[in-house]
Design a protein. Structure first.
Length: 197
């Protein structure tokens, strides 16, 4: 066999071997590419799923915070409205005409006084009340069978209406702000229910 035929045969075998190696390499590369695509798709889906869950959690937290903030704002507004109602009541009580105011205080004092207390009025009552009121009070106390020995003094600060009775170191606060605060505490839920039902 001549050398030329041997070389042709070697070349043919080499080309066949090269073609097989290239085909195997291409097949291996395609398999690896397919596996990489599948892995990338799976990773992408996992990332998307995690991102979706994180977004849902963030939305749930944000919605919860928004609802809490909304409830707080509504509650604050309701409290301000209820407070305005009681402020208005205080203004009306302290702004009563003098005769009505005196009658109101007289009845309130007669209801709690034994007749030997010190009646303390706020500085804002200095012009509306006086000795004549005190004399009428003591006469009425005596008429009801109580000691008519109530004394009168004025505080340095205004009370906003009402009075304080003092006896033996014990003070009974019947000022309008104190009464309304007590009423407010007792009726806050009821007033809010009526106002905001």
């Amino acid at each position: 066999m001549p050398l030329e035929d041997i070389l042709v045969r070697i070349r043919a075998q080499a080309q066949a071997a090269a073609a097989r190696v290239i085909a195997e390499a291409e097949e291996s590369a395609e398999t690896r590419l397919q596996a990489a695509r599948e892995e990338a798709d799976s990773a992408a889906a996992s990332i998307v799923d995690r991102a979706s869950l994180d977004a849902q959690k963030a939305m749930t937290v944000a919605e919860g915070r928004a609802q809490t903030l909304y409830r707080q704002m509504v509650l604050q507004e309701k409290q301000e409205l209820v407070s305005q109602v009681f402020d208005e009541a205080l203004k009306k009580l302290s702004g009563l005409p003098v005769d009505e105011y005196r009658n109101l205080l007289m009845e309130a004092i007669l209801g709690v006084a034994s007749g030997r207390e010190e009646l303390v009025l706020g500085s804002d009552d200095c012009g509306r009340m006086g000795q004549e009121f005190l004399d009428s009070l003591n006469r009425e106390l005596k008429r009801r069978g109580k000691a008519g020995e109530v004394t009168l003094s004025y505080a340095r600060e205004p009370f906003g209406g009402g009075f304080v009775l003092q006896k033996e170191g014990i003070a009974t606060n019947v000022t309008f702000p104190a009464i309304l605060r007590k009423v407010f505490d007792d009726l806050e839920i009821e007033v809010a229910r009526i106002l905001f039902e």
